[in-house]
Design a protein around this ligand. Structure first.
Ligand code: UDP
Length: 328
């Protein structure tokens, strides 16, 4: 029997990599995406259903057509800076959209749900290495919106026996080493693609957002995970639910943090070119340090991150940057 997985946001950066991995694992990824930030060119591994999470009738139609065994929910707005300027956009799309999806899934009897949450739900916590039991005190609207969806999932477990695997991502980077899919945001706001753009003069110098943080070199520290490792964890999460292991939260980090300046330096090493940059003020909503171990994912899911070292992530991103693109 065909095993359909409904992948919201399957036309986006992480969702498209997940579709490739699902296909390789023998599932049929059905992409549900409104193309607000995704690319139809990135939907290569299964059917495409264009639709918006806020359109309940469209969701019902797609659930009825494909009868998915699991939902993987990637579709969301995810820019910290923007979420501070336009919180309504984040609460409407991320929270109300997710609620519509969760209700549609529950009503369709699709009770396995894999959810993309974020380290931004933890907030700023005195330079500690986080784990899944760390208190969640988000300091930006993006993190708050994701935290709320986690709560909704817990409520639907009580009411409808909906089981969820929640992944709290740290900073996702790199691309498919085979170059079939990659990272392409319009506008781009993420550090590594912006650096590569600055190196190739596709845009002006990179601005370092804040040099007065309480870190060794004054710039923010983040824990970077390769997108291929991240989506591997999602397939393990799906199998976890298939095996009736119950709802669980997993952090996906490496336990090692890199400051903005350290990422810049690694980019210089990989590309053999200086990253043009200037120093600027802090960006609203940024935490000083977000780093997590992945002990739980490793021991319980059997997750084996293989490409999550900074050199490989930048090499893969650089490769895609020079060869890959999508067209609207
Ligand atoms: N950053 C920066 N300049 C930029 C973009 C990002 O200094 O033009 C910093 C940002 O402040 C953060 C880190 O790079 O400390 C990673 O930011 P990104 O937006 O890639 O991911 P986020 O941590 O917001 O999810």
């Amino acid at each position: 029997m065909t095993q359909n997985v409904l992948v919201t946001g399957g036309a986006g950066y992480i969702g498209s990599h997940a579709c490739k991995k699902l296909r390789a694992a023998g599932y049929v990824p059905v992409t549900f995406d409104n193309l607000s930030t995704g690319w139809e060119d990135a939907v290569k591994f299964g059917p495409f259903e264009r639709g918006d999470l806020l359109d309940r009738a469209r969701l019902d139609e797609v659930f009825s057509k494909y009868q998915p065994i699991t939902v993987m929910h990637f579709a969301a707005f995810s820019q910290v800076g923007e979420s501070m300027k336009d919180p309504g956009k984040y609460w409407r799309n991320n929270v109300i959209g997710s609620l519509q999806l969760i209700e549609a899934a529950a009503d369709a009897g699709c009770l396995n749900f894999v959810f993309s949450s974020t380290c931004a739900t933890y907030g700023d916590q005195d330079n500690i290495v986080l784990n899944e039991d760390s208190v969640q005190l988000p300091i930006n609207s993006y993190g708050a919106s994701k935290r709320t969806i986690e709560d909704i999932l817990a409520n639907f477990e009580q009411s409808h026996s909906l089981k969820s695997v929640i992944f709290r991502y740290f900073n996702v980077a790199g691309c498919d080493p085979e170059g079939e899919v990659g990272e392409f945001h319009q506008p781009e706001t993420h550090l590594i693609p912006l650096m590569l753009d600055a190196i190739t003069e596709k845009r002006d110098a990179l601005t370092i957002f804040g040099t007065d943080y309480d870190t060794p070199d004054g710039t923010c520290i983040r824990d970077y995970v390769h997108v291929c490792d991240l989506v591997d964890a999602h397939v393990l999460g799906l199998k976890w639910l298939e095996n009736d292991k119950g709802s669980r939260v997993f952090n996906l980090g490496t336990g090692k943090g890199f400051s903005v300046r350290e990422v810049l330096e690694q980019s210089r090493v990989v590309t053999n070119k200086q990253v043009p940059h200037v120093e600027g003020p802090r960006r609203a909503g940024d935490c000083t340090k977000l780093v997590s171990g992945s002990e739980r994912a490793v021991t319980e899911l059997g997750w084996l991150p293989e490409r999550s070292n900074m050199k490989t992530m930048i090499e893969d991103a650089w490769n895609w940057h020079q060869t890959g693109h999508y067209e609207k």
